[in-house]
Structures are given as structure tokens and as C-alpha cells.
Design a protein around this ligand. Structure first.
Ligand code: ZN
Length: 372
């Protein structure tokens, strides 16, 4: 995909301070399907982890309270990811559902949080020309075959989708479902609202959903039910997600999504919850997840390799989930041949004082490089 591909709107837009950028003309914006037809769509996810690191979200609860308490920080994170190459601004409504808000004692602010998150994302999408996506996710209260639980989930999805529809989203992301049936329920509600849907499943250590479907059978079921994009996100790193993605690409006709976590999962520890750090003995408990995963983080070169491999498999909707940082997203964009605004500052070691080659650099420092 050339630099003038589907992310052109996002690529051309400056990324400035609040109110500094005039809204782009509506007719210049293309919808999800138009962009997918032109080439891979890049979607940055993982806002909970990014805002947790910055000190605005609590790990454990993982509720996007920053929308209420620090909306300016949420807007800046959206801008940073578009600046780095994301074609999508995803409203920060992940885990902004009734069940989660109850846990942090803020259920009375459910509507305010959802509408606030949608308004922030809509504003940044308008500034930058990126797609504006709503977001719903696993409820954590879904129980297969239990009518009361299913009805509670349906009600949670309906209210969130209604707010997203009213905000004018381009499509809704429904993500990190462990149960195929819960994902199907979410999809049905998005379609009933007349909206496009990108539905991504989460696959834990066993390579089936919690209701026993293979990833490819589950994604085929969702595609047959009207999902516009299907695939996997979160939990697994590139190395342990891509083999499953290859099976999904073979099974479905709709665009396939791959949004792993940027961590070095492997065959023995295929998920970020299963990773163990044998080089560290000061982590409370034995599990680096979720706040001590730093040494497992993929570098930008590994992420570029992931992007190329994913597109080579036929993936058309690509990104990263929990753990993603803007430099990772820039790496994906550049691996796809794009030049997002952040590429202005991509590494150029020829200018480095000791390792550089620029003629203006001091020779004695360059000679000292081997002693650094
Ligand atoms: Zn995630």
C-alpha cells in the first residue's frame, strides 16, 4: 500500500493541540468498506494499558475512568495513535459497560462516560480524517444457555450500541470475546442498529473459544451472520496469534483482522497471562500480567515483521491491542509502505554523535564508539 492509500486523510492531517485543527471536509472521508477495498486498514487499540502506564486508569479494574476524569488525556492518546499511523479512532468505551462501572461504583455515570468517550473520539476523527469507531466488548457475565445472563448482556450491548449509533460512528468494534455466542449476540445488536461491525475473538491458551469453537469456525459463523470484518485481538502475541489467523483467512470471505498484544508470547506461554519472567524475582505473585510485562515487549522491528507476515497471510485489518504504543503503530504503517506524520521523526542514526556518519560529527567521538 502506497503512502497515498486509505490512510491518506490521516496521514495528511497535522496533529496539534486542542482546537488547533479545523475539521476536514466530510466528503473527503471514506467509510470502512471503501478503505478496506483499497488496502489494509490500521487500527490502534490498547488504550487501557497505555492510559494505565500514564497514570489515568487503574490496572485490575481496567475501567476507562479517564474519559470522565481526564478527557484531555484521552483525546491526546487518540491523536498520538493517528499521528503514528492509525486509520481509526476507537471510542474509549472498552469496559465502559454497566457491569464494569458497577465494580468501580460509577454506574450512575455510565451514560455520561459513553457519550463523553464517543464525543472525544468523534472530535479527533473529524480533525484527522480517521474513521470513527464505537466499541463494545466482553461483559464478563455471559453464561452460555442461561437466559438471565444472556438478557443482561443483551441489555448492556443495546445501550452502548444505541449511544454509538446516536454519535454517528462509522462502524462498531466488538472485541475480546471468549464465547462465540456472546460475540454473535453483540453482532446481532450492531446489525439491528444498521451499523457495520468488526468482530474480533480472543483465544486463550486452548485454541478454541470457551464454547468450544475453533477460531476459524467461530469467525465463519460471525461472517455468515453479517460481520464486515472478523478475526482475533488481544491476549496472544504475534507469534502465537498468526498461525490461527492463517486458518481464519482460509475459512472466510470477509476481511480478516489481526490485533495481537505486542508481547513475545511463544508456544509454551502462548498468552500474555501465561508469560513468566525467570529473570525477575520481585514481582508480587508469579505473573507479570498486567503491570510487569515490560521485558516481554516486542520492539518496533519485531512489530514490522508481524505486519509484513500478517499482510502476507491476507490480513486486511491490522493493529495491536493491550501494550501497544505509538511507535509500534508507526512501525506497522511504515512496514506497509506508509509515511504517517510521526515518520518525520523515525530513527536516523547517521546523525548520532558517536555512531553516526554525518560529516559534521566530531571524529574523535566516532572513533570512541567502540568503547561505549
Ligand atoms: Zn487488549
Amino acid at each position: 500500500m502506497s503512502a497515498a492509500g486509505p490512510s491518506q486523510g490521516a496521514n495528511c492531517a497535522p496533529s496539534g493541540g486542542v482546537g488547533a485543527v479545523p475539521p476536514r471536509k466530510r466528503q473527503a472521508r471514506k467509510g470502512l468498506l471503501e478503505r478496506l477495498a483499497e488496502g489494509p486498514v490500521i487500527c490502534a487499540e490498547g488504550y487501557l494499558f497505555e492510559l494505565e502506564r500514564r497514570g489515568y486508569v487503574q490496572a485490575g479494574a481496567f475501567v476507562p475512568e479517564a474519559v470522565l476524569d481526564h478527557p484531555e488525556v484521552v483525546a491526546q492518546v487518540h491523536r498520538d495513535f493517528v499521528h503514528a499511523g492509525s486509520d481509526v479512532v476507537e471510542a474509549f468505551t472498552y469496559y465502559a459497560h454497566r457491569e464494569k462501572l458497577r465494580i468501580v461504583g460509577r454506574e450512575h455515570q455510565l451514560e455520561e462516560l459513553n457519550k463523553g468517550a464517543l464525543a472525544i473520539a468523534k472530535r479527533v476523527a473529524a480533525e484527522t480524517g480517521a474513521l470513527f469507531a464505537g466499541d463494545i466488548c466482553n461483559t464478563n457475565v455471559y453464561e452460555p444457555g442461561v437466559a438471565r445472563s444472556i438478557n443482561a448482556c443483551r441489555a448492556m450491548f443495546e445501550e452502548q450500541v444505541e449511544w454509538a449509533a446516536a454519535a454517528g460512528v462509522d462502524y462498531v468494534i466488538a472485541e475480546t470475546f471468549s464465547y462465540g455466542a456472546e460475540a454473535k449476540l453483540a453482532l446481532d445488536i450492531i446489525k439491528a442498529a444498521g451499523l457495520r461491525a468488526a468482530v474480533t475473538m480472543t483465544i486463550h491458551r486452548e485454541t478454541v473459544t470457551r464454547d468450544g469453537m475453533t477460531p476459524e469456525d467461530c469467525c465463519k459463523m460471525l461472517a455468515d451472520a453479517g460481520a464486515d470484518v472478523v478475526g482475533l485481538n488481544c491476549i496472544r502475541g504475534p507469534r502465537t496469534m498468526l498461525p490461527l489467523i492463517a486458518r481464519i483467512v482460509r475459512a472466510v470471505d470477509v476481511p480478516v483482522a489481526a490485533l495481537p498484544v505486542p508481547y513475545r508470547t511463544h508456544r509454551g506461554q502462548p498468552t500474555f497471562q501465561s508469560l513468566r519472567d525467570r529473570h525477575c524475582d520481585c514481582i508480587p505473585g508469579e505473573m507479570p500480567f498486567p503491570v510487569a510485562l515490560d521485558p516481554f515487549t516486542c520492539n518496533r522491528f519485531e512489530i514490522a515483521e508481524f505486519a509484513k507476515a500478517a499482510v502476507g497471510l491476507g490480513v486486511r485489518y491490522i493493529g495491536l491491542c493491550c501494550g501497544a504504543m505509538p511507535h509500534h503503530i508507526r512501525s506497522i504503517a511504515e512496514a506497509l509502505g506508509r509515511k504517517p506524520p510521526a515518520s518525520r521523526y523515525s530513527a536516523d542514526m547517521s546523525k548520532h554523535a558517536y555512531f553516526g556518519t554525518n560529516a559534521r560529527l566530531k571524529k574523535t567521538n566516532r572513533e570512541f564508539a567502540t568503547k561505549l
